[in-house]
Design a protein around this ligand. Structure first.
Ligand code: HEC
Length: 234
């Protein structure tokens, strides 16, 4: 009995050591700036911002249900937040060639290229990711990306939907059968209250973007003003 419990204790300690070793070895790189979000009032046109540019792109192309959201975490990879990216160890700040995120979107083998079984990211989207990694992969944001005095469909609403929603709501990958690519399919949702309800996270509505943070008040305001004006095709 005694010898047995010695054996167990020994085995337990050994397992703990191996486990600790594994943890030390696999520790993800510490996120730049400790991952603490920073925000500037002006958007520098030469900078790429995580919150404005990268998160919406990942949210609508990668962190969808069944893929790299918090629930599914396909292959152990979560791309639904800044910290999740670093916990999943897919970005090496300043070094795209050492960043799995950059490699998988450029994979030449279409069976491995991300987003899996979908059309590749556009050159503009890829260049945003490249630049963001090169610029240090910071958890940055800027506030001046939205002007609530511009609330026509084409100049106000459409760019917001393109950036935050269309990745999950387009022909070929229409979550819940909802298409948000064009005026024709957006207008009915504007008039029946759903567009505003899901975007502003009103009670009784699903919260969109799915799995992501609520859009800025300014973005939501643009949508609201356009709807209040009768959701015209302007
Ligand atoms: C990451 C993918 C993703 C993004 C980004 C996204 N959606 Fe969705 N959307 C979904 C999924 C998944 C559902 C179905 C959710 C469910 O049934 O629980 C859905 C459902 C909806 C619905 C139907 C809700 C209902 O009750 O019928 C609307 C409307 C909608 N989304 C609008 C939007 C808008 C507007 C945006 C941008 C602000 C957006 N979505 C961004 C994935 C997404």
């Amino acid at each position: 009995m005694k010898a047995n419990s010695f054996l167990y204790t020994g085995a337990l300690i050994l397992m703990m050591l191996i486990f600790m070793q594994a943890c030390v070895h696999e520790a993800p790189p510490f996120p730049p700036g400790g991952g603490i979000p920073t925000q500037t009032d002006k958007c520098d046109p030469d900078s790429v911002y995580f919150k404005n540019d990268i998160l919406p792109l990942l949210g609508s192309n990668c962190a969808m249900p069944g893929c790299h959201d918090a629930i599914t975490a396909a292959e152990g990879v979560r791309l639904d937040s800044y910290l999740a990216l670093f916990q999943s160890d897919v970005v090496t700040p300043g070094d795209p060639s050492e960043s799995d995120l950059w490699e998988v979107i450029n994979e030449t083998d279409t069976k491995k290229r991300m987003p899996l079984d979908k059309s590749p990211l556009t050159p503009e989207q890829k260049s945003l990711i490249l630049k963001w990694i090169q610029q240090g992969a910071r958890n940055n944001a800027c506030t001046a990306d939205c002007d609530s005095t511009i609330f026509t469909f084409s100049a106000g609403v459409k760019p917001i939907l393109d950036r935050n929603c269309v990745g999950c709501h387009k022909t070929g990958s229409a979550s819940a059968g909802v298409l948000l690519e064009s005026y024709a399919t957006v207008q009915p949702l504007a008039l029946n209250g759903k567009l505003y309800g899901v975007s502003s996270h009103q009670t009784g509505f699903k919260q969109m973007p799915y799995g992501g943070a609520r859009m800025s008040d300014c973005n939501i305001n643009v949508i609201k003003k356009w709807i209040d004006a009768g959701a015209p095709n302007n």
